[in-house]
Write a protein that binds this ligand. Structure first.
Ligand code: NAD
Length: 469
């Protein structure tokens, strides 16, 4: 494990020494000293995050382009602006969020003060994935810092350029007695997880989510797990195919499909499929030109391992659109697959790439039944001109989030909680939900020392008469 720590000794100096111990002890001490408690301190950290984004914009865009070939537009929209928005919101509301929340009282506590105090957990660990390597580290970080915690951040080792920026540049903008970036892959993270944290916030795959939760259980540490899965997208016969094609293609091929809330597969009738395919073809050409590989607007697959996995998926069903790939460039064309069997790998695992299978169903009922036979997804989409149909899908299914007639736009509202349910995760964040996630809601009742006579009723010896109600 490599640890970014000013003046710290290199972690690998002694193999017997735990590389994380010093850092964690230092952060814990800072927390116990009360350093992170005041609103001023928290606001200063949040402003530091804002300056980090503002002063390093080009560096961040470059890192995202190197890791994922993200266009400046995608980087700005889905990474920088979202993070900045969360910072602005937290700064604007910090004092209101921090306020004790007074609650209704009963007869016996009428004269007392009853409230919920939002207090920081203490030392928080945030583990992030590679697909939105800035957004998915900074947005949780905003919540953790706003709530007054000390934070250890473990970025993904796979998005290497962003990992470097987060390790080398970000700490300069934060108080390093309360914040540290820790680097490493599965092995180092496993070692890190042996330590006791007061809260763990994990974004990544369900497989690693289980590892994190198991490690947390050893210390009874609470967790938020932001996981993934297969997000269904139901397209009703009563739809304009071109509108659906634009919206579905935009969010399926955004970041080359490496998005946890992207639609994983389309469910529609064979008739709708006939109308949807030419519309999708026309959208893809309009978005990325005749040769999508030369388009500046299409991302690349993060690494060879993911590329090989995705290329194998191109062999499922039949290619209706796209299907090309280029290993040297980690390029996979925006692809649509048809005649896909449920038993094929493309319908068994989360795709996480620019491949969209279409599975035929005969009715909305069959689509609902298909969705409910599977794990609860992170996001669910339904397209129809009939609001009845959209509401039916909403009511008869379950998922982390739901968006009717579009894709992942529900995520852009900080007033909505973001998170999964069942196999797609537990807990939520964004906006005030982040602050609440990273705060312990402490139940407080402050009673008066006087008026002891009023308590006589509850003390023994009890007279049977008093039980009358
Ligand atoms: P991942 O689970 O492989 O890795 C996530 C993090 O866990 C990384 O920091 C990695 O270093 C660490 N890690 C990996 N193996 C580990 C191990 N054995 N022990 C301890 N830590 C380990 O996920 P990924 O490939 O980076 O991201 C893709 C997955 O994340 C997809 O399933 C996607 O749906 C999901 N995701 C979810 C959200 C969300 O908000 N719900 C957002 C983005 C991605």
């Amino acid at each position: 494990g490599r640890v970014r720590q000013p003046g710290g000794r290199a972690a690998w100096q002694s193999l017997r020494m735990d590389p994380f111990e010093d850092t964690l002890r230092r952060l814990r001490e800072a927390f116990h000293m009360g350093r992170t408690r005041s609103a001023e301190f928290r606001a200063a950290q949040l402003r530091g995050l804002g300056r980090f984004l503002h002063e390093n914009k080009q560096l961040l865009h470059d890192a995202l382009a190197q890791d994922l070939h993200k266009s400046a537009f995608e980087s700005e929209l889905s990474e920088v602006a979202i993070s900045q928005g969360e910072i602005t919101l937290a700064l604007r509301n910090l004092r209101a969020w921090m306020k004790d929340e007074h609650v209704p009282k009963n007869l016996a506590t009428q004269l007392d003060s009853a409230f919920i105090r939002k207090e920081p957990f203490g030392l928080v660990l945030i583990i992030a994935p590679w697909n939105y390597p800035l957004n998915l580290t900074l947005v949780p970080l905003v919540g953790a810092l706003a709530a007054g915690n000390c934070v250890v951040l473990k970025p993904s080792e796979i998005s290497k350029s962003m990992e470097k920026v987060l390790a080398e540049v970000l700490p300069r903008y934060l108080d390093e007695s309360c914040f540290a970036v820790v680097l490493g892959g599965p092995q180092e993270t496993g070692q890190l997880l042996e330590h006791r944290f007061d809260y763990i916030f994990f974004t990544g795959s369900p497989r690693v989510g289980k590892i994190v939760m198991t490690a947390a259980a050893k210390h009874l540490t609470p967790v938020t797990l932001e996981l993934g899965g297969k997000n269904p997208c139901y397209v009703d016969d009563n739809c304009d195919p071109q509108t659906v094609a634009n919206r579905v293609a935009w969010f399926r091929y955004f970041n080359a499909g490496q998005t946890c809330v992207a639609p994983d597969y389309v469910l529609c009738s064979p008739e709708m499929q006939e109308r949807l395919l030419p519309a999708l073809q026309s959208t893809i050409t309009r978005f990325y030109g005749d040769d999508p590989q030369s388009s500046p607007n299409l991302g690349r697959i993060i690494n060879q391992k993911q590329f090989q996995r995705l290329r194998a998926l191109l062999g499922c069903g039949h290619v209706a659109i796209g299907g090309q790939s280029d290993e040297s460039d980690r390029y996979i064309a925006p692809t649509v697959l048809v005649d896909v069997q449920e038993t094929e790998p493309v319908m068994q695992e989360e795709i996480f790439g620019p491949i969209l299978p279409i599975v035929n169903v005969r009715s909305v009922d069959e689509a609902i039944e298909f969705i409910n036979r599977r794990e609860k997804p992170l996001a669910l989409y339904a397209f129809s001109n009939s609001s009845q149909v959209v509401k039916r899908v909403l009511t008869q299914t379950s998922s982390g989030g739901f968006c009717g007639n579009d894709g992942f736009m529900h995520m852009t509202l900080a007033s909505l909680p973001f998170g999964g349910v069942g196999a797609s995760g537990m807990g939520q964040y964004h906006g005030k939900f982040s602050f609440d996630t990273f705060s312990h809601h402490r139940a407080c009742l402050l009673r008066r020392p006087g008026m002891e006579k009023l308590n006589a009723l509850r003390y023994p010896p009890h007279s049977p008469r008093r039980l009358r109600v």
